[in-house]
Design a protein around this ligand. Structure first.
Ligand code: M6R
Length: 367
């Protein structure tokens, strides 16, 4: 049942190219760029009429929502608010018929997320569910559904469901951008091809990446704390990396937006503090590099994850993981993979049960 892998988590990490491909397949025309979500459940007019989007989710799915905000605001040009479902369900909401509420959930059964969409629906919002489980409660209660075709996810730590959620959300961004006449077919085509392409890239690098990471963790697996940092599209991926590590290895880990470091967390940095920094060569690269230099100056133990061919990185740390260059917008999908593998390798080295971490359930159906 684990297909030759030691754990479901590892199997599911390796299933990601397929999960992404299946999620994208048939939903964007790779010649014309036209996005196609036939069973979405909203008319073109409804999609044009919405004036704000709320994204509601928990845990890893909330991190997917944070990435989607950047995409949706950039390409569909619509204001997006991201909420943790347990906050959303109880806070004062300004919601009406012109709001589209999108819940993101692997299981479709998370209690807080479900309560959130019920509340938004009562206030007149339309509901879209992005979900991995066919026929789950959230899919039944929504006006529209986009399925992530990741296949069953057994490991408690979400991996392939997350990268499939990102893929579905980028597709939806393209779709909405087209419907609202904010996104050209040319740019859509570029994004569609980037999505398909990143699946191939992940497929190619996974085995060697796992080896590289396994060889690097000797100096890190024993740590008590870990920081993950990133900027822009990499910020939510830093949060996701920290969540993955803490839930399966029980190492205390925090994710931060790189620019926030000097507002407090930099005080934690000394020669014992490991920091994983995501530094792809993107539009905020120079800023990310300055943040990393500040950490180096304080003797922090840096693992850098950056772009192939970036010669600056080796001057900053001995521990650099290079990833192929892909379209900036799909970097969050690619940069998720090393953080997953790092958590997996560290947790298994520490003898932890990665598929069934203590105190956690796969689906949180109570508040
Ligand atoms: O099924 P859902 O996507 O609604 O679940 C949300 C969270 O409970 C889930 O992502 C959780 O954070 C995972 N254990 C993360 O790996």
């Amino acid at each position: 049942e684990k297909g030759g892998y030691k754990h479901f988590m590892l199997k599911e990490i390796f299933e990601q190219p397929q999960a992404i491909t299946n999620t994208v397949a048939g939903r964007i025309n790779l010649e014309s760029g036209k996005a196609n979500l036939p069973n979405l459940g909203f008319s073109d007019e409804q999609l044009r009429d919405i004036d704000r989007i709320f994204l509601v989710a928990c845990g890893t799915s909330w991190h997917a929502a944070m990435v989607a905000k950047y995409w949706l605001e950039k390409y569909a040009k619509i204001p997006v608010q991201v909420d943790i479902a347990s906050e959303f369900r109880y806070r004062h909401l300004l919601i009406d018929e012109r709001v589209l509420t999108i819940c993101i959930s692997q299981s479709g059964e998370t209690a807080d997320t479900l309560a959130g969409i019920r509340r938004a629906k009562k206030m007149g919002s339309k509901i879209l569910t992005i979900c991995n489980v066919v026929g789950s409660t959230m899919t039944r209660e929504a006006d529209g559904v986009i399925y992530t075709h990741a296949g069953p996810e057994i490991g408690v730590a979400s991996t392939k469901a997350f990268t499939a959620q990102l893929s579905a959300l980028l597709l939806f961004t393209v779709f909405l951008g087209q419907k609202r006449k904010q996104l050209s077919l040319e740019k859509s085509l570029q994004l569609g091809r980037a999505l398909v392409g990143v699946a191939t890239v992940i497929e190619e690098i996974l085995p060697s990446l796992q080896k590289k990471i396994a060889s690097l963790i000797d100096d890190y697996y024993d740590s008590r704390d870990f920081l993950f940092i990133g900027r822009g599209l990499s910020f939510p991926i830093a949060l996701e990396g920290a969540l993955k590590l803490k839930e399966i290895s029980y190492i205390h880990a925090e994710g931060y937006a790189s620019g926030e470091l000097k507002h407090g967390p930099i005080a934690l940095i000394d020669r014992d503090m490991p920091i994983l920094a995501l530094v792809p060569d993107d539009d905020v690269y120079q800023k990310s590099i300055s943040n990393v230099e500040e950490i180096k100056a304080r003797q922090g133990r840096l693992i850098l994850i950056g772009s192939e061919g970036d010669s600056q990185l080796a001057n900053i740390s001995d521990d650099v993981i290079y990833l192929p260059r892909v379209d900036d917008d799909v970097n969050p999908i690619l940069y998720t993979i090393p953080a997953q593998l790092l958590s997996y390798e560290i947790a298994t080295r520490r003898g932890c049960d990665v598929d069934q971490p203590r105190n956690l359930a796969k689906s949180v159906t109570v508040e």
